[in-house]
Design a protein around this ligand. Structure first.
Ligand SMILES: Nc1ncnc2c1ncn2[C@@H]1O[C@H](COP(=O)(O)OP(=O)(O)OP(=O)(O)O)[C@@H](O)[C@H]1O
Ligand SMILES: [Mg+2]
Length: 365
């Protein structure tokens, strides 16, 4: 689908990209990663001809892009640029609609698409459609950038650190959303990231660059277990077993867990805590409220009094989270399991530290 053949880009004496050959198959997610200044953005910009290579050739669908008009080429490629690049004088709606507008879509269809995309990136259309970029946080602006790249439903997506400026929780959700969308839409994606965990989670294959060169292009598993050279080895770091957990979704490990209603009596709670020391506490709607510990049940009159109330955002994980996040919540709370909740905060079950250990051991073997 996308093939780079010995592509070089020099700026005077600076060689930004050097003899880079890379192939990205149709429907594949290629995560481009490497230290700052190694040529990631330059590579992306050469694919859609925002930057012209000094030498080498780039093919899209078998066609040499040097012979395709840039405007035509870019119609098949959504591009989310590093640092967002929204037009400051246009509303969020107008920003998203740029390409559909160029393609002369009907008004109705554009309006519908804007709404669809805002919901997709988790922003309320009624609230955000009319805002200007100056009224958005960095993370919100970035999500609008992603929506804009997706607007005309292009088969190819070029994304330059699209989730770089959002907090870890939001990033987690955006990554999960991206994976969900990608499973059904099967775009051909080149995405730049600085975050190795993100690369491992989202990639079909990872392309690691160093000083303008491609040093390894492989599946996440292969990059972690067989780093090609010392640079990649150092780059992926020492906790490779942990990083592998970023590839594994919590959903396959959710097991039933003891829970008790917040309105239960102390006797019922004590009975629930016989087999193990703590149980989760839920409200009348099954929403997680916290946990109780066997030792805290003495001399109290109700579950309410001894509950360790917790913010589900802090302690629980979503079904779409990875085992890596589950583990970090457990470590953060000092518990041997982490509750799993649905998108309304209702308790689905839990994942235990033993599950995580087994998953790590299975991968190591
Ligand atoms: N227009 C330009 N003129 C001169 N040098 C440039 C130009 N654009 C990029 N470079 C240089 O080319 C190299 C690669 O830049 P590039 O933006 O591709 O890096 P990057 O991997 O995207 O880095 P980052 O992770 O910081 O975004 C850098 O040394 C940069 O200074
Ligand atoms: Mg860059």
């Amino acid at each position: 689908m996308i093939r780079l053949e010995k592509v070089t880009k020099s700026y005077g004496v600076t060689v930004a990209v050097s003899e880079l050959s890379l192939e990205v198959n149709q429907g594949e997610v290629c995560m481009l990663i490497g230290p700052s200044g190694c040529g990631k953005t330059t590579t992306l910009r050469m694919v859609n001809r925002l930057t012209e290579p000094t030498s080498g050739r780039i093919f899209v669908d078998g066609q040499d892009t040097a012979h395709v008009r840039p405007e035509q080429l870019r119609r098949s490629m959504g591009y989310a640029i590093q640092g967002v690049g929204l037009f400051p004088h246009m509303t969020v709606s107008k920003n998203i609609a740029v390409v559909p507008h160029l393609l002369s879509w009907e008004k109705e269809r554009i309006a519908q698409r804007i709404e669809e995309l805002l919901s997709l990136v988790g922003l309320n259309p009624a609230e955000y459609a009319g805002k200007y970029p100056g009224q958005l946080s960095g993370g919100e602006a970035q999500r609008i950038g992603v929506a804009r790249a997706l607007a005309a439903d292009p088969p190819i997506l070029l994304m330059d650190e699209p989730f770089g400026a959002v907090d870890p929780m939001t990033r987690e959700r955006l990554q999960a959303q991206f994976l969900r969308i990608q499973r059904s839409l099967k775009k051909t994606v080149i995405m730049v990231t600085h975050d190795l965990d993100e690369a491992i989670r989202l990639a079909d294959r990872i392309a690691i660059m160093e000083a303008g060169r491609l040093v390894q292009h492989d599946t996440p598993e292969a990059v972690l277990s067989r780093p090609r050279n010392k640079f990649v080895h150092d780059f992926v770091g020492t906790d490779r077993a942990l990083k592998r957990l970023s590839r594994i979704s919590v959903s396959g490990f959710v097991r039933q867990s003891p829970s008790i209603s917040i309105s239960a009596s102390v006797e019922e709670a004590a009975a629930a805590c016989v087999r193990r020391r703590w149980v989760w506490v839920v409200d009348e709607n099954q929403r997680l409220r916290g946990w109780i510990d066997r030792d805290s049940l003495h001399e109290v009159a109700s579950v309410r009094e001894s509950i360790v109330a917790t913010d589900p955002e802090v302690i629980a994980v979503a079904e779409t989270a990875t085992l890596r996040e589950a583990l970090s919540r457990m470590l953060g709370q000092g518990l041997r399991s982490v509750p799993v909740v649905d998108d309304r905060g209702r308790l689905l079950g839990e994942v235990t530290v033993t599950d995580v250990e087994n998953a790590t051991a299975a991968r190591e073997a």
